[in-house]
Design a protein around this ligand. Structure first.
Ligand code: NAD
Ligand code: GLY
Length: 361
């Protein structure tokens, strides 16, 4: 088992990575202070992994709620359902909330823990690759609002993160590939050596080789932990780098209608758009841009947009992005592989040309 810490002073916590950790009581139990545990999962994950977690928690008093699958569940209505369950069962401040699932479950459970009785303990057990390498680390929690994704939330760090690689065996291929996009992101923004390792090992990851997955999850979490330790609340700009490809990606997701492409798929295409735009600006070499395209393609991520999507539509969605400051859109772009910059210093025409290159109109 690999263990290391997200260094956040009094809010520091360990990340455990390994195969078979769910059924291992010591790791989980040492982070539970009281006798009451509330496990939040969903209808797909619970039948697969709930029993192992419950066994590892014996003889604690366990309450469980399984939500419906999907992004639509990440809502204020669901949150109300969670609070009602906790209140009806008289859960007190000695309750630990455990998120067992992907990013949707982790985000809801984390926000419920942050706000129930003004804050109770919280543990992340991520079961998707996206959740293991991204959403379970760093304390961003929340739900969607009809007017925007992730608009209601809080920074709330967990007691620990337990990433059991065996959970990835039941993950659909498409969800695994979406996780690969977030892994490649760390190589592109700050870890050129990891990017080169991914170039040598992407097929092993697609084949779910446990050693390769262990290395990739570990290196990704280390990168994320370092960024979060530097800029927990996304103030200095360091954490904003994690949004490489996301402004383009959100525009693609909105333009196509949520649910058409997975978030990781849209981010993959968005990262290539950011790379192409960086090359147009003369910041990123053609060779580095081609390496980016080739790796994303070998990870079997979509890199061309449906013809129905127009550059003008994408531009409109991007203008509404959270990263618009004083009317100026800011984007994470690349100076090199492993070197990202957050900037508003680019001609609008370069962005437009990049979008047109991908949209064809
Ligand atoms: P998800 O939680 O919807 O999970 C994807 C699918 O996989 C679901 O259908 C789920 O039921 C299923 N699943 C989960 N674990 C499984 C397993 N082991 N075997 C088989 N099926 C399994 O999606 P996700 O990609 O994990 O997360 C996306 C969500 O995370 C989005 O809401 C996004 O906004 C959020 N997110 C948050 C952060 C953050 O920092 N908090 C970062 C990235 C993404
Ligand atoms: N997923 C981006 C962040 O945690 O900041």
């Amino acid at each position: 088992m690999i263990q290391f810490e997200v260094q956040l002073g009094t809010r520091a916590y360990p990340i455990y990575i390994g195969a078979g950790l769910l059924g291992e009581p010591r790791t989980l139990k040492q982070h539970i202070r009281g006798n009451h545990v509330f496990i939040l999962s969903n209808e797909r994950v619970a039948p697969l992994y709930l029993e192992s977690v419950c066994r590892a928690l014996e003889p604690k008093h366990i309450l469980h709620l399984a939500l419906a699958e999907g992004e639509d569940t990440k809502s204020l209505q669901t949150l109300e359902q969670v609070y009602t369950c906790l209140l009806e069962n008289r859960c007190g401040r000695d309750t630990t909330v455990v998120a067992l699932g992907g990013g949707v479950i982790g985000d809801i459970a984390g926000f419920a823990a942050a706000t129930y009785l003004r804050g109770v303990d919280f543990i992340q057990i991520p079961t998707t690759l996206v959740a293991q390498v991204d959403s379970s680390v760093g304390g961003k929690t929340g739900v969607n609002h009809a007017l925007g994704k992730n608009m209601i939330g809080a920074f709330y760090q967990p007691q620990c993160v337990i990433a059991d690689l065996e959970c990835l065996h039941t993950l659909p291929d498409r969800e695994l590939r979406a996780g690969l996009a977030e892994i490649i992101k760390y190589g592109l923004i700050r870890d050129a050596e990891f990017f080169a390792w991914l170039e040598d090992n992407v097929e092993r990851l697609l084949a779910r080789d446990v050693d390769a997955l262990t290395h990739a999850v570990h290196r990704s979490c280390r990168n994320k932990a370092e960024v979060v330790a530097e800029d927990e609340l996304e103030i200095s700009g360091a954490r904003a780098m994690l949004n490489l490809g996301h402004t383009f990606g959100h525009a693609i997701e909105t333009g196509l209608g949520y649910g058409q492409w997975l978030h990781g798929e849209a981010v993959a295409c968005g990262m290539l758009m950011a790379a192409r735009m960086s090359t147009r600006l003369g910041w990123l070499s053609e060779e580095a841009c081609e390496r980016t395209r080739a790796l994303l393609q070998r990870a079997q991520l979509p890199l061309t947009l449906p013809e129905t999507l127009q550059a003008e539509t994408l531009l409109e969605h991007m203008a509404r992005d959270k990263k618009v400051r004083a009317g100026q859109l800011h984007l994470v772009l690349l100076k090199d592989i492993g070197q990202a910059v957050l900037t508003g210093e680019f001609p609008a025409s370069t962005l437009k040309d990049t979008l047109q290159e991908f949209c064809g109109s």
